[in-house]
Design a protein around this ligand. Structure first.
Ligand code: SF4
Length: 366
């Protein structure tokens, strides 16, 4: 028997082609697409608007759910962390962060991550594999259903951030496919300007991204104002250094539409990159490259036993922010969320490495 088609990552057009292959009219594809995404149904049995014979057939030829939830952690601040597993046993993490205005879901683009940012726990896993578009979309559906129930209304919409495990721009095509599926008005209808992609600085992809017509917001993780320090904190800098990133940022800035800005993220590490001199150097960098439509998100580091870094003191964070602002740079401090359940930035994959199986390039377990 041929393998079942995982259909959660298919666009409406691809779904129409799939049902046509099986002799069904295109309106069936619309019903399925709405069932999967707008109603967030998790089985064909729940799609009662389809004839029962067709539902039975779908069970034989297609599969909705490829991720399973292994565990959930609940933070005192309302944040929820989800540990999921792919059908082939790879770990996937997503985090729900509630807020009075608009909730945020932080999702993963890869299982593990090949980059070796020194302050990040996910880096310890290495890359296990890229996630498919369907596995990316499914994380959002699973989290929304867990919070609001299947088919439940989201009370005030949802922001998405690709800041979980992985480097999104090393899984560019699947990521963009997922964004396109999630923004479909017949589905989840989470439009690109409510989605933010965070990259560690894969320069050619920043350029490709700048050329896209419909695209999410972009955040570039900088975390150091000079190459010497950034080489150490984010070794990807040896491949694309700060000059290359700043030039790519200039291309991105020129492509922004009215009112749009992009973000540099800066993880603040006590005594490492958080001094007044670093703030001055950062402001000078933006001035040198004439970057104006940018804001800096300051992210106090989240401590973890396995890492030799500590968060900057609150007064140091405030001072860093003030110094940037005094040089005309917009700067914001991101409040850490869910750090008690290891859901905060750079903490994903904590306390679970032992159970992992690494997959080699040939796709075999090593
Ligand atoms: S910070 Fe992001 S890009 Fe860097 S290792 Fe961690 S998950 Fe990968």
């Amino acid at each position: 028997m041929s393998e079942k088609m995982p259909i959660t990552g298919l666009s409406a057009v691809e779904l129409a082609a799939f049902v046509a292959e099986h002799g069904e009219p295109s309106y069936r594809a619309v019903q399925i697409f709405k069932g999967l995404h707008a109603r967030r149904l998790r089985s064909f049995e729940q799609m009662t608007d389809l004839p029962s014979a067709f539902r039975q057939k779908l069970n034989e030829i297609a599969v909705i759910s490829t991720l399973s939830v292994e565990s959930r952690y609940y933070s005192e601040d309302g944040t929820r962390r989800f540990l999921m597993k792919t059908a082939d046993g790879m770990p996937v993490e997503a985090v729900f962060i509630p807020s009075e205005k608009r909730d945020t879901i932080c999702f993963s683009s890869q299982s593990g991550c090949p980059l070796k940012c020194d302050f990040c726990l996910t880096a310890k896993l290495g890359l296990l594999r890229n996630l498919t578009a369907g596995e990316i979309v499914e994380q959002i559906v699973i989290v929304l259903n867990d919070i609001y129930g299947v088919a439940g209304e989201t009370p005030h919409g949802t922001n998405l951030v690709a800041m979980g495990a992985g480097e999104p721009f090393l899984n560019f095509d699947n990521l963009l496919k997922a964004v396109s599926v999630m923004s479909d008005k017949d589905g989840l209808f989470i439009v690109p300007n409510r989605i933010t992609i965070s990259t560690a600085g894969i320069v050619p992809k920043i350029i490709d991204f700048a050329a896209l017509e419909k695209r999410p917001n972009l955040a570039i993780s900088l975390s150091a104002p000079n190459d010497e320090l950034r080489d150490r904190l984010m070794p990807i800098n040896k491949r694309w250094n700060i000059d290359a990133i700043m030039r790519a940022a200039q291309v991105l800035e020129r492509s922004l539409r009215r009112g749009e800005r992009f973000t540099f993220e800066y993880v603040l590490l006590r005594g490492v990159n958080d001094t007044a001199a670093h703030a001055e150097e950062l402001a000078e960098l933006l001035r040198k490259y004439r970057l104006k439509r940018v804001k800096i998100n300051l992210i106090p580091h989240n401590p973890a036993e396995q890492l030799d870094y500590y968060p900057s003191a609150p007064e140091q964070v405030a001072r860093f922010k003030r110094l940037l602002e005094s040089r005309g740079v917009s700067a914001y401090v991101r409040r850490p969320r869910g750090s008690d359940i290891y859901a905060a930035c750079g903490q994903l994959a904590a306390k679970q490495e032992a159970n992992l199986v690494k997959i080699t390039a040939s796709g075999r377990a090593a």
